[in-house]
Design a binder for this molecule. Structure first.
Ligand code: TXA
Ligand code: MG
Length: 332
């Protein structure tokens, strides 16, 4: 870590100019930022996260007009969404500008752009005055950080500086929307739903998770499509409402200390080997804000495994459901 001689914002800007890596706060999760025009910094970023080279990066910008620097043939829909929802938790997939490094786009002809909604990072982008690539600031495949402390825990020695910006207000990664085809398609669910986008654009919006395999384009890379993603280090199992004890029995977890997220209060049965039982809020926004923090905390606890109660199946829970599905341990 470098010693601070300037104020945090100026210091972060200087480091980015020198090709260094800076963890930055956003409203979704903390990102690991590098200069989008510096090939060496981009290499260092992939190395620091141990990120596979086939996984492209989001370029963070400060103003919708900057889209022209990174994308071509920008559809009207992109301008409409930018006006309505940026800065905010929405990433747009557009046709790549020829100057964008193929290392950023993992060799594809598309590029991901977003304006994050955090005052410090917006000020940083303005001062730096060009695009910043920023994947979530976690080792590849693991849970995204929602506080500076999470970054410190998992990436401390691989980051040149952490710009502290408090806990992230949304807590899960941005919605990713492809505008490459006529019909907009959600590639990753997030705080902004298909319904919201559809209402703004006045047209149907599909979600990649809901279309059949034969409708899928083979080459669309879908974020987090590796089998484990957004995953804690410990095994994570889902259990249905009122079936906690049955699940412990079924998985034979009686001798395993477990940490639990549930909507219900802790059961009284003293035979259960519960390390921590956290009662979760029924509001999906509040749940999302807390989820990764709890999973980080559980990874640090003396428990052996994590159990999470299944979520309601209504639309508002879809983005969180998607993260839990990918985080869970599948039993063969
Ligand atoms: O909320 C967020 O989006 C956070 C904050 C830091 O902005 N960033 C984030 O980045 O979640 P990352 O790299 O952890 O996830 C971005 C996802 C990747 O899984 C990648 O596959 C996808 O965006 N992506 C990037 N460029 C793409 C492209 N051209 N086409 C399809 N997906 C793309
Ligand atoms: Mg990530």
């Amino acid at each position: 870590m470098t010693e601070i001689t300037l104020n945090p914002l100026e210091h972060a800007t200087q480091l980015l100019k020198q090709g260094k890596l800076v963890a930055i706060p956003t409203e979704t999760v903390y990102g690991l930022a590098a200069d989008a025009c510096n090939p060496k910094a981009i290499e260092a970023l992939y190395a620091a996260k141990n990120r596979p080279s086939y996984n492209p990066l989001i370029i963070h910008i400060a103003d919708p007009e900057w889209m022209h620097q990174w994308a071509v043939e920008i559809p009207t829909q992109a301008w409409v969404l930018a006006k309505a929802l940026w800065p905010g938790p929405l990433t747009l997939i557009l046709k790549r500008h020829p100057k964008v490094s193929k290392r950023i786009t993992a060799g594809q002809e598309s590029v991901a752009l977003r304006i994050p909604n955090h005052p410090l990072t917006l000020a940083l982008l303005q001062q730096f005055n060009r695009g910043i690539v920023a994947p979530s600031a976690n080792p590849s495949g693991r849970i995204s950080p929602t506080t500076a402390e999470h970054v410190r825990l998992h990436l401390k020695h691989r980051v040149d500086y952490i710009l502290e910006g408090g806990p992230c207000s949304i807590g899960i990664e941005s919605t990713i929307l492809s505008l490459l085809d006529k019909q907009p398609m959600i590639l990753r669910e997030g705080a902004i739903s298909a319904t919201e986008i559809s209402m703004i654009l006045g047209c149907p919006v599909m979600s990649h998770s809901q279309i059949t395999d034969s409708q899928k384009k083979p080459l669309i890379p879908v974020p987090g499509s590796d089998t484990t993603h957004y995953a804690p280090l410990k095994p994570l199992y889902l259990f249905k409402k009122n079936e906690f004890e049955q699940t412990i029995k079924k998985l034979n977890l009686y001798d395993q200390k477990c940490d639990v997220l549930s909507f219900d209060p802790k059961p009284l049965n003293p035979l259960l080997n519960i390390q921590q039982w956290l009662q979760m809020p029924s509001d999906p926004k509040v749940y999302a804000q807390q989820l990764y923090n709890h999973l980080h905390q559980f990874d640090q606890s003396p428990s052996h495994c994590i159990l999470v109660e299944s979520l309601p199946t209504t639309g508002q829970w879809q983005a969180i459901q998607d993260r839990l599905q990918r985080a869970q341990t599948y039993l063969s």
